[in-house]
Design a protein around this ligand. Sequence first.
Ligand code: SF4
Length: 273
Amino acid sequence: MIRLDTTPVKTLLSKSKIAGFDYVINPYVGCPHKCIYCYAEYMRKFSGHSEEWGEFLDVKQCETPLKPAKLFRTNVMLSSVTDPYNAYEKEYGLTRKLLKQLVYCQAKVHILTKSALAVRDIDLFKQMYQCEVAFSFSSADDSFRQAAEPRASSVQDKINALKMLHEAGISTAVMVAPLFPGITDWKKIINFTKPYTNRYGFDSLNMRPAFQSKVLDFVEGHYPDALPLMGDIYIKQDTSYWTKLAQEITQYCHGQNLRADIYFGSFASYSGE
Ligand code: SF4
């Protein structure tokens, strides 16, 4: 049972430091999906929580509505340090309330989630000035998902949700992220999702020193064969793996006429469209 609380905030909108987005909205503090590699874990101390990451959730309460004059035709992302469709969203509906306001604001909305609950809001996505719903997959293998992202939707549920959104005419994306060296079978993810997505994004596993040992312990316990490669990359700092991988992805996607944006290292994005 996670610790649930409410937290009053003055605004839900943050200026974005992420390229391509003007604003970010994180409706919740914390994320019950509890991904083993989550870089947002710093929010735990930042928000004064002593519970483990994934074991608390603060529902933000804000009296001030979003301002159309400020958000008109801006790029707004949900979310960067939580999943807007965590399981508690079913009960609180905070993301849905915000999406209704964003329809009114005529913002360009970018959803990033690991949850099939996103299909609940197809009616609102259809009314948006512009909208993209992206699902992230770090593996096509559900046993990896169960071990590394224990409360996120299953691989099959995410694929079904992607299909539903695509068939409803919503622009969709598949984020192959984070790429776990020696573990993520990115070609398999592409094969499973190709008919239902408008584009792919690829990002590497970014291991901050604070949680490097946690992730390496996880790899050693579940995927010991991948450990030597990860040691080369993260301990010996050999970056040649990423250079070769970016080239391979670019070539593969180009061959299949798929749009692929690569976000890691110094690689320029490639667009096959
Ligand atoms: S879904 Fe995203 S924010 Fe939530 S725990 Fe996983 S990586 Fe972190």
